[in-house]
Design a protein around this ligand. Sequence first.
Ligand SMILES: *Cc1c(COP(=O)(O)O)cnc(C)c1O
Length: 422
Amino acid sequence: MHHFSYRDGLLHAEDVPLTRIAEQVGTPCYVYSTATLTRHVRAFADAFSGLDAMICFAMKANGNRAVLRLLTGLGAGVDVVSGGEMALALAAGARADRIVFSGVGKTAAEMTAALEAGVHQINVESEPELEALDAVARGLGTRAPVAIRVNPDVDAATHHKITTGKAENKFGIEWTSARRVFRRAMTLEGIALKGIALHIGSQILDLAPFEAAFLKVRDLVALLRADGVTVERLDLGGGLGVPYRHGDNAPPPPAAYADVVRRTVGDLGCALTIEPGRAIAGNAGVLLSRVIYRKEGVTKAFAIVDAAMNDLMRPALYDAEHEIWPVREAPRDAERALIDVVGPVCESTDTFARDVSLPPLVTEDLIAFMTAGAYGAVMANQYNGRPLVPEVLVDGDRFHVVRRRPTMEEMGSLEDTPPWLE
Ligand SMILES: *Cc1c(COP(=O)(O)O)cnc(C)c1O
């Protein structure tokens, strides 16, 4: 469910017509809905009520400061995957004791920053990282609160570029080594072992892989406890999917996901963490864009729009498809034609949609790429000399530019000419 809908023939974000945002902010720009973000966090909180569970928003899905402020204000913690994200989360007002630090390759500097900030938990993904964290913590005269990420070797049945829980993936500690590594962690003075972490992938549309992974974790808890290992916490990761296209199978709602958690690991006496990213932010955002040209090729028609792969990388990176809605609602009986929707960047992969059926689009028409609130703006870059795409947050009938478009001077401000080329 989201709060983007047609009213009086115009697509609105909550009570604001997208035409107004396009006029005032220019295109392309991302538009986020406060009501949708709020609804999703509350859905997770309600689903997990009665369980000792912390909901940590995975900010790599959407790291905008205003979005983080909104979500943390509603009680969410934050899952970060780098020292940079941790610093940004703290700057957004997140409480350190509600931050989980994940990621496969933390440097000693990042570990130091995390321990000095006092984060809730550091999720360790390999033996060398465990030893390094032990050394850093001892150096600081402290003990690092740690969960060890295991790789349960389950197939999340999602796109191969976003699956993380198979044995061949780089994430976590292999299942077969888990017991040994946990026992080792118990002996390290700089490590306060808290429990187990896992994250099996993203855009998962079926509960079966979660259930399989959580049941494996349940077995592991029993084995570890028999070994005398402390398991007080389980961090179950994120991964719940969102519908990208009309007619996609609806992903399970948070309540159904929570039922699986309850049934599989709910009785182990562990404090739980979950790390949803996409499920909270995905359909809370759209990328607003304007048609520059309509081009009739020999075999195809193209709408060339002012958003490009540098603004929204998912189609180029993961073959993702985003529904495209015209901002001006087409009449029900409007003629439709097959068209490719492409950006102006000099790459063939700068293609948002091939042969989509859309009402005729002409120069100046506004369109919205739907479900662009997760893994959208965070991945944007300046390829082809294109300024970083702005972001707008809507709340009811008001909106605010929460990241502005940089000026050309700002875009080049980090570069410098060596004296011999002056
Ligand atoms: C990416 C990631 C998440 C969030 O995944 P979603 O599919 O967006 O829910 C959670 N935890 C970890 C460790 C991640 O890397």
